[in-house]
Write a protein that binds this ligand. Structure first.
Ligand code: GAF
Length: 394
């Protein structure tokens, strides 16, 4: 970890020929349970992982913003005044620099949420990261979170955690154009070490829920299927539209307000697909509440069935799984995991498998074998531990 802090500093110095004033970081996340419930104003239970994106940054004495990353030699340069114009400021940026929309979007969103950008100096920022990209582990929220805590400090804005979540969420929705909820940004900014974050997405309130994995000799194995996903694509938006249509038809503000008996009773008013989409959300919200209760009463040994029930619901009702994700879940459970489910937005990305430490190698070997047998790209597998949200590192 401290190596990456040093590399981020060196990367900054190489690009800009001077030293940064500080280094900040924010983690990726897995979602233990509660998928697509966030934009339905429901409940989620993610945790920040021990893989982070680092931002080395220094203020400038003009209004230029320069953005670079370890992944490329290019430096994206814009004037802060042009960022204020919104996503159109990206028009001049070469296509392979479009990732810069995440950091530029954060600067822009601070302005949208009350900061007076016209009176603030520009900055140079360099990013480095060990959060895998496109694996469904919120690499974009990690970029946003690292820059948000950095700018909040150096621009002396005094935004609290909830307002920083708004900034990053606004950047993602209105600058980058991905119609996501607040799950990823909240997990990256607000998580605490050793705990999952129980978040009510209606009012943004959250509380830590102890995970105690080591005490139970359990670990969370991530299986990145290497099938990449993109939330700015139509599938994610289509699921969101179905949920909103169901809520409208049922006469509620959001599917959060629908109980299971109410949904059953209204079944004939919804077409088959919309009904199944709504059924996933209504049952998934309850599974989050049940998971929190089970963790508090009995610890992580008690949540395996809920995780698999969640996976089945995403596979059959919400239809956001893939054959690779389903295979990883099936093999993990057959070879010793006590719970497994896809995590994140779906249509690719990763599975998390709650696995006894003693069975991890067994599960990994079995998954490698099964993927090879099916002719799928070899997955990447690694353990993750619940970690601290965004912070200053140096
Ligand atoms: C993606 C989105 F960014 C989140 O807001 C959330 O909807 C998630 O998919 C599904 O739970 O990560």
């Amino acid at each position: 970890m401290s190596e990456l802090v040093d590399e981020t500093r060196t990367g900054f110095e190489r690009r800009y020929s001077y030293a940064p004033s500080g280094i900040w970081s924010a983690p990726g996340r897995v979602n233990l349970i509660g998928e697509h419930t966030d934009y339905n104003e429901g409940f989620v239970l993610p945790f920040a992982i021990d893989r982070r994106t680092f931002a080395a940054l220094a203020l400038r004495d003009d209004d230029i913003v320069r953005v670079s990353s370890a992944a490329s030699d290019d430096v994206v340069e814009v004037r802060l005044a042009d960022v204020t114009a919104g996503a159109s400021s990206l028009a001049a940026v070469p296509a392979d620099g479009r990732w810069a929309g995440y950091p530029l979007g954060v600067a822009w969103a601070f302005g949208q949420l009350g900061a007076d950008l016209a009176g603030l100096p520009g900055f140079d920022v360099h990013f480095d990261s060990d959060v895998p990209i496109g694996a469904g582990l919120s690499s974009s929220a990690a970029i946003e979170g690292a820059l948000a805590v950095a700018l909040n400090e150096v621009w002396r804005l005094g935004f609290d955690g909830a307002r920083l979540v708004d900034v990053c969420h606004r950047a993602e929705n209105d600058f980058v154009g991905a119609p996501t909820g607040i799950l990823d940004q909240s997990a990256s900014l607000l998580s605490q070490e050793g705990a999952a974050l129980f978040l009510d997405c209606r009012d943004g309130s959250s509380e830590p829920v102890d995970l105690r994995l080591e005490e139970s000799e359990l670990a969370i194995l991530v299986i990145d299927t290497k099938v990449t996903h993109d939330h700015a694509s139509g599938d994610y938006a289509a699921r969101r539209a179905s949920c909103e249509a169901a809520a409208r038809e049922l006469g509620v503000r959001a599917l959060r307000d629908v109980t299971w008996p109410q949904l059953l009773e209204a079944r004939d008013r919804l077409d088959g697909v919309t009904y199944r989409r709504a059924r996933h959300i209504v049952t998934e919200n309850q599974r989050v509440l049940d998971t929190v209760a089970a963790l508090r009463a009995d610890g992580p040994d008690a949540i395996g069935d809920l995780m698999f029930a969640s996976h089945r619901s995403m596979r059959d009702d919400f239809e956001i799984s893939t054959p690779e994700l389903d295979l990883a879940v099936e093999i993990a459970l057959n070879y010793g995991a006590i719970g497994a489910r896809m995590t994140g937005g779906g249509f690719g990305g990763s599975v998390i498998a709650l696995t006894p430490v003693a069975a991890i190698t067994h599960v990994q070997v079995a998954i490698d074998g099964a993927f090879a047998e099916h002719g799928y790209t070899g997955p990447e597998m690694f353990l993750v531990w619940p970690s601290q949200g965004a912070r200053r590192d140096r």
